[in-house]
Design a protein around this ligand. Structure first.
Ligand code: HEC
Length: 119
């Protein structure tokens, strides 16, 4: 009886772990619980950022992951993780990060930042 219980526990644990590995990038906006603005921001992200940054895994691509960007106190550069410094990095670039301000409207930027807050 005891052994059975532990087998179920292990199976449960494995299922939970598998859940963590789920590829959230394949989920729809609705499944991710994004509102209209965040969903528009996700499109902007896919066009301008996804080639260099992962959104849902902690692995670095050409640039650092955006997962949990605002959940940490500091950005990878050491600046405080707030809208001012994030927008600044996007618009003017930062070190190896190219400036992308010219590639998007003020509305795109606002939508993008709203989306980054969901990561
Ligand atoms: C051509 C590749 C490339 C693209 C496209 C790109 N980035 Fe980056 N990004 C980088 C690199 C490389 C860094 C690391 C910069 C460094 O520290 O040298 C970075 C750093 C960052 C940082 C951290 C800044 C800090 O202060 O630590 C943020 C936030 C960021 N990028 C957001 C974005 C967003 C949002 C987009 C889309 C609008 C984007 N990036 C598009 C390459 C890119």
């Amino acid at each position: 009886m005891r052994q059975k219980t532990s087998i179920f526990l292990i199976l449960g644990l494995l299922a939970a772990l598998a859940g963590c590995e789920e590829d959230l990038s394949r989920k729809t906006d609705a499944e991710l619980g994004l509102n209209a603005q965040q969903a528009r921001g996700r499109r902007v992200y896919q066009v301008h950022c996804a080639s260099c940054h992962s959104a849902y895994t902690t692995s670095s691509s050409k640039g650092p992951t955006m997962k949990g960007l605002y959940r940490k106190q500091y950005l990878p550069s050491g600046l405080v993780a707030n809208d001012r410094f994030v927008e600044d990095a996007i618009v003017k670039g930062r070190r190896m990060m190219p400036a992308l301000g010219g590639a998007m409207s003020q509305q795109d930027l606002a939508d993008l930042v709203a989306y980054l807050h969901t990561l």
